[in-house]
Design a protein around this ligand. Structure first.
Ligand code: UD1
Ligand code: MG
Length: 453
């Protein structure tokens, strides 16, 4: 059975108290609206359309080519929002309707709901949940036979209806043709003066369509995010889900609630992740790696058996058996080979280090290509910027860069060359040579006595 997806995301989300659209707020690194679309796609919908209105451009930019868009210029209710997608809905046999602010829904649940919809030959299947506190949600009203009769909104409900704890999740599967017919008959004759999508259920029933409910196994999946407290709660649930998956995959996560891993991060077996660490989008951590406290690793790779402590890596790669940190900063486009050391207060930017190269402390390596087996003494600076342009330094294999050296780019230090400590290198250093580029020491004897006279 073929399904399209319509995501409602035109509302204002007042309670977020933000300049941003609610649906672009991120949960574990991914925008809520994109979580909804991605899960539905995993569950098997063919194509997606997002109804945008409030802050439309922001939403469209975040969603990108995941979906097409229709605009709802005035927010006249969920039914009115769906009406804007009429043409899109008509293109496919069935449509799933979701809201853009329910980031915890899973592909598994959506897939089961679609299957139930197909098996029962329903014209509408509403996803429901039973809540201890159903306040605010639409209530599922069933007839004597236990079939779904209609949905009544909180604001329209009488006391008996308010006592019902089965609620409307705001997620549905519809037969497209039946939905389109029902939308034509919607009115806004209710407490909020809105076109309620929920009223289509009764209309479909009257037209002899079958309406069923699919109760989600875990009610947390349908929780909506309306304010920043609920956002933090959703984040917590997502964090636990992601961390649980890694833990069960053989990764030691010391504190499951204080480790922040975005969905698509890959971590090898027997790695250990300490608290306070954030592993962001696109990161790949090898096997037997230790990521110590308070690291931030963004779109970067760490090879097997390496350790990284108290450090930041952005768009960079570290090979196998390396030691990084504490307090190293690998800025974009840094590539570190195997068995290297990038020690405390070492900063790399757009730099390549060959295997076995060591920069143990207080060093800046920017715009440089460094060979294998190079040793950087403490306090080395690659002087890559003249105030206008950036230049590149090239250092050959097994070079030894003495402490407190400046290498003024562009400059080349060939294989096996030595730089004397305290040198400022401006010219190419030949292979195997020693370059000393500092003034000689001068001794002025008895200086103190002479001065005081
Ligand atoms: C809706 C349901 C309610 C359900 C609840 C679940 C209706 C009438 N009620 O109520 O039964 O329990 O969701 O969370 O459908 N939107 C638009 N355009 C509009 C109005 C809303 O795009 O004109 C979007 C919002 O951005 C949001 C979604 O539709 O993503 C739901 O709208 P909201 O106003 O939150 O509906 P609820 O009152 O929560
Ligand atoms: Mg809502």
């Amino acid at each position: 059975m073929r399904f399209s997806l319509v995501v409602l995301a035109a509302g204002e989300g007042k309670r977020m108290k933000s300049e941003k659209s609610k649906v672009v707020f991120r949960v574990s690194g991914k925008e809520m609206v994109n979580r909804v679309i991605d899960e539905a796609c995993k569950a098997g919908v063919d194509k997606a359309c997002v109804v945008v209105g409030h802050k439309a451009e922001m939403v469209m930019e975040a969603v990108g080519d995941r979906a097409s868009f229709v605009t709802q210029s005035e927010q006249l209710g969920t039914g009115h929002a769906v009406m804007q997608a009429r043409e899109f809905i008509a293109e496919n046999e069935n449509v799933m309707i979701l809201a853009g602010d329910t980031p915890l829904i899973t592909a598994d649940t959506l897939k089961k709901a679609m299957e139930a919809h197909a098996e029962n030959k329903n014209a509408c299947t509403v996803l429901t949940a039973c809540l201890d506190n159903p306040f605010g949600y639409g209530r599922i009203i069933r007839d004597e036979a236990g079939n779904v009769a209609r949905i009544v909104e909180q604001k329209d409900a009488n006391d008996e209806e308010k006592a019902v704890c089965e609620i409307n999740s705001g997620m549905y599967c519809f037969d497209s043709a039946m939905l389109l017919k029902a939308l034509d008959m919607l009115t806004n004759n209710n407490a909020q003066g809105e076109y309620y999508l929920t009223d289509t259920l009764e209309i479909i029933k009257q037209a002899d369509g079958k309406v069923g409910a699919f109760t989600v196994p875990d009610a947390v999946e349908i929780s909506g995010v309306n304010d920043r407290l609920q956002l933090a709660e959703a984040e917590k649930v997502m964090r636990r889900r992601i961390n649980t998956r890694h833990a069960l995959n053989g990764v030691t996560i010391i504190d499951i609630d204080a480790t922040y891993i975005e969905d698509d991060v890959v971590i090898g077996q027997d790695s250990v992740i300490y608290p306070g660490t954030t592993l962001e989008k696109g990161s790949v951590i090898g096997k037997g790696v230790v990521i110590g406290q308070n690291c931030r690793i963004v779109n970067s790779a760490v090879g097997d058996g390496s350790d990284v402590y108290y450090s930041t890596m952005v768009d960079s790669t570290v090979g196998e058996g390396c030691h990084v940190g504490p307090y190293a900063y690998l800025r974009p486009k840094s590539t570190v080979g195997n068995n290297c050391k990038v020690g405390d207060f070492v900063e790399l930017k757009n730099a390549t280090l060959g295997d076995g190269t060591k920069a143990s402390h207080l060093t800046y390596i920017g715009d440089a290509t460094v060979g294998a087996g190079v040793n950087f003494g403490c306090g080395t600076v690659i002087v890559n910027y003249d105030g206008k342009s950036k230049f590149r330094t090239v250092i050959g294999d097994n070079a030894f860069i003495g402490c407190n050296s400046n290498l003024v780019s562009p400059v080349k230090v060939n294989d096996n060359a030595y730089i004397a400590a305290g040198s400022t290198i401006t010219d190419e250093v030949p292979e195997g040579a020693l370059a000393i580029a500092r003034s000689r020491q001068v001794i002025k004897s008895d200086w103190k006595d002479k001065r005081s006279k």
